[in-house]
Design a binder for this molecule. Structure first.
Ligand code: AHR
Length: 793
């Protein structure tokens, strides 16, 4: 089916220059993005600590229990994951973890191999890598390990990369010489391709020896750096034409306990001197991809650098732990030292360590983000301490506030130059609120959209998800005077441990593919132009609907009473107290769900006591678990600040201007909401404080930029609808009626189509020439199109 639309573009009306930093990368150690991914190390569990339980936690039935009560997977069925022992049937030999003689205090465990009796053949300790060790014919692999031996072990160690049946691809050997730890290094050259090779370290005589920090890194890393990165994945990142790198997380930075928080000082220097640590993404990181390597990667890719620091708070969703204020100094100093490491002269202490680690020149760290998704008064206090400390010593450093959740509320009175907003929501959210930044305060903080992705029901990223993000991105581009940076999240996922979907790039040991979202990011970043020009879209849309019951945070129940819900004069529900006695109330996820999630066009009134925290009333609550949550939220603070927002998934959008109303904390407030077919009104004590009208979700989204250097108009057109849109491209101020140039089109025959390792190019952009004498351009259904139109004048 076809529909029509119009895009009027004023090529001569420049709004502002494009922001060169708009598109960047957010790398987090999640989904084995680093270890078993971008970091080229091929040995899994190289220092034998993968099953070390973090301090103060315990493991029961394959679950880790944190001090704060968070439970997450922890497979301790195999004490030495990644490694197995191979021996003849009649041989007496075993391998075990040993803490009796650590290499150093960072690496408490080693592997003890005891061979009691061996008549013939070999005893091998074998590593299977991260779901196989991928090797290629003709390539070299640098193996290093530490070993020591007991007096009874005399023989050499045979070392091979081999296939599952023991047939070798590469051979080497090492003769152990000492009962003290010694480092052994050799280069293995492979004679065959094998995506799932194993490393075997074998002995043909009895005795005892120990291994520690066994590392195998291909020579062919990105730029041939030692301890480097996997080149094909770096290539995919480079193709995105990013401007900056945010690292290393995410919740990874926060941890679920103080011991699992990211501490950069443990991640620099010789890999044998680094501590590994358990992450909240259910695996242990080697920290081989450490602070220095992140800075190096950013420099090698020509990117601005953004370091996210733990601000003395762990992830509040898991739930959080707080570093007491009188112990915060050490954490603040860590940040100052991180800045000195990155930017200080070689004469400074940390600058000299950087030089020792191979980089005498400063890196040029530009941004620091204080925390990740932390919030509440505890965050505000800690933010202020970090902010002041950084600005005092490094006034040029751009300091970022770590959440969008409380923009314009808790940030009040605090110095905030940039905020990091995160969105994980469904298709409708990104399409419906594509214009949210049109309404942002131009005098407020600059916006960094640090994490966003269409997430619900979208296991690995579909075309429709990508188009919804593209719709939202047209809004970011139209507002890049204030939206100065953005990055999709997460960036990378190993298909064998994809704990968070979708990610932008999926890979295994040898292959990688970009999702449709990857191609949207690439198309948008490759086609920037120089100036945003005025443009207007006229399009039909689809009607969204207002429906859902009510919800209240359970701890507040005593402060809400006399709840009445009615429709057309008929009472649907009346509760004097909200004790959960009614069948229309259900407790779920610390929320009291009230009523029926299919309710439409109703009125609700309650009496609320504000107390010290104020009241948060959910309307139109679809009563879904958090990743699908969808409700409107009326927040009334004890000081009378009133806000009206919508929460979808892990996303929040402001629906109406904040208001300041007169309230008396000692009295009951009368809150009354009227929900029409497409309107919501909030009354406080009889006075209208917020009003919102739901508008149709447009079929077409667009933004236009001018490239004066090439004399082209770059028109982005996003159509997530099932209709072909005959779009009149009406260009003013450039003499064009007919239009011609280059078209870049991302579409596919089904909106749920995606790319896989087996079919990596199913949904990829196609580039061709186009011409339209009338200015009419048919935007295909389910498509993102970029037109590079040659201007006449
Ligand atoms: O991108 C995945 C996670 O989502 C990040 O770790 C966190 O910041 C957000 O909640």
């Amino acid at each position: 089916m076809r529909k029509s639309a119009k895009v009027s573009i004023h090529a001569d009306r420049i709004r502002f220059p494009v922001n060169p930093s708009l598109y960047g990368l957010f790398f987090e150690e999640i989904n084995h993005a680093g270890d078993g991914g971008l970091y080229a190390e091929l040995i899994r569990n190289r220092s034998f600590e993968d099953t070390v339980v973090p301090d103060r936690c315990h493991v029961k039935e394959c679950n880790l229990h944190t001090p704060a009560g968070w439970v997450s997977p922890f497979d301790d069925t195999d004490p030495i994951p990644g490694w197995f022992l191979q021996k003849p049937d009649d041989c007496l030999a075993e391998m075990m973890l040993d803490d009796s003689c650590p290499l150093n205090d960072k690496n408490p465990l080693s592997l003890k191999v005891e061979i009691g009796y061996l008549a013939e053949g070999r005893v091998s300790v074998c590593n299977t890598g991260f779901w196989g060790i991928p090797v290629r014919s003709g390539e070299k692999y640098h193996l290093s390990f530490y070993a020591r031996k007991a007096a009874d072990f005399q023989g050499p160690l045979e070392i091979s990369l081999e296939n599952a049946s023991g047939s070798p691809h590469a051979l080497g050997s090492a003769t152990l010489t000492s009962s003290e730890w010694q480092k052994y290094e050799l280069t293995l050259e492979c004679g065959r391709d094998d995506p799932e090779a194993i490393l075997a370290i074998s002995a043909r005589s009895s005795g005892t020896f120990w291994l520690e920090l066994v590392s195998l890194i291909p020579e062919n890393t990105f730029l041939h750096r030692k301890n480097g990165l996997r080149p094909d994945l770096v290539g995919m990142l480079q193709d995105l034409k990013p401007a900056f790198l945010r690292f290393p997380g995410g919740c990874f930075v926060e941890g679920f306990s103080v011991e699992t928080a990211y501490r950069w000082k443990k991640t620099i220097g010789d890999i044998a001197e680094r501590s590994s640590h358990w992450t909240l993404w259910h695996y242990r990181t080697t920290n081989g991809l450490g602070y220095h390597e992140y800075l190096q990667m950013a420099e090698d890719l020509g990117l601005d650098m953004m370091f996210v620091v733990n601000c003395g708070m762990t992830c509040q969703g898991r739930p959080g732990e707080l570093v007491p204020m009188d112990e915060l100094g050490e954490w603040v100093q860590d940040l100052l030292d991180a800045i000195e490491y990155a930017n200080g002269p070689v004469t400074s202490y940390w600058g000299s360590i950087r030089a020792k680690n191979g980089h005498p020149e400063p890196f040029g760290l530009r941004y620091v983000e204080i925390g990740n998704e932390n919030f509440g008064p505890e965050y505000n206090t800690r933010y202020r301490v970090f902010y002041d400390a950084v600005k005092e010593q490094y006034p040029e450093m751009i300091v970022i506030w770590n959440t969008h959740w409380e923009v314009g509320t808790e940030t009040k009175g605090l110095p905030v130059e940039m905020v990091d907003e995160h969105f994980y929501a469904d298709n409708d959210f990104y399409q419906q609120y594509h214009d949210m930044y049109d309404h942002y305060d131009r005098n407020g903080p600059r916006i960094y959209v640090g994490e966003y992705a269409m997430i619900v029901d979208n296991k690995c990223g579909t075309l429709l998800g990508a188009l919804s993000e593209a719709a939202f991105m047209t809004g970011m581009e139209r507002n890049q005077d204030i939206v100065v940076m953005s990055s999709y999240a997460p960036l990378l996922a190993n298909i064998h441990h994809a704990v968070w979907n979708p990610s932008l790039i999926y890979f295994d040991g040898t292959r990688a593919c970009g999702t449709p979202s990857y191609y949207v990011q690439k198309m948008f970043a490759e086609n920037r132009g120089e100036f945003v020009v005025e443009s207007l879209v006229e399009t039909e849309g689809r009607k969204d609907e207002l429906y859902g019951g009510l919800g209240i945070g359970i701890p507040d129940l005593d402060r809400v009473q006399d709840l009445v819900v009615s429709r057309n004069g008929e009472t649907l529900l009346r509760l004097y107290r909200l004790s959960g006695s009614s069948s229309l109330c259900r407790e779920f996820y610390n929320t009291l769900w009230i009523g029926d999630s299919t309710w439409r066009q109703y009125e609700a009134s309650v009496k609320a006591a504000l107390g010290e925290e104020g009241i948060r009333l959910r309307l139109l609550d679809r009563h879904q678990p958090w990743e699908r949550q969808n409700y409107f939220l009326w927040e009334l603070d004890p000081d009378g600040e009133s806000r009206f927002v919508r929460i979808v998934g892990w996303s929040r959008v402001k629906l109406a201007p904040n208001r300041k109303v007169a309230v008396n904390q000692a009295e009951w407030q009368h809150m009354h909401v009227v929900i029409g077919e497409d309107t919501v009104q909030c009354f406080l004590n009889g006075m209208l404080v917020h009003e919102y009208r739901l508008t149709p979700i447009p079929y077409l989204f667009s933004v236009s930029t001018l490239d004066r250097t090439t004399n082209e108009l770059i028109v982005k057109l996003v159509n997530p609808s099932p209709y072909s849109l005959d779009t009149n491209i009406d260009i003013h101020g450039a003499g064009n009626i007919s239009i011609q140039g280059q078209q870049i089109v991302l579409t596919s025959d089904h909106p749920e189509n995606t790319n896989t390792l087996e079919r990596p190019t199913l949904v990829t952009p196609k580039v061709s020439a186009f011409r339209s004498d009338t200015g009419l351009y048919p935007v295909p259904p389910y498509a993102a199109v970029i037109l590079r139109i040659k201007l006449k004048s």
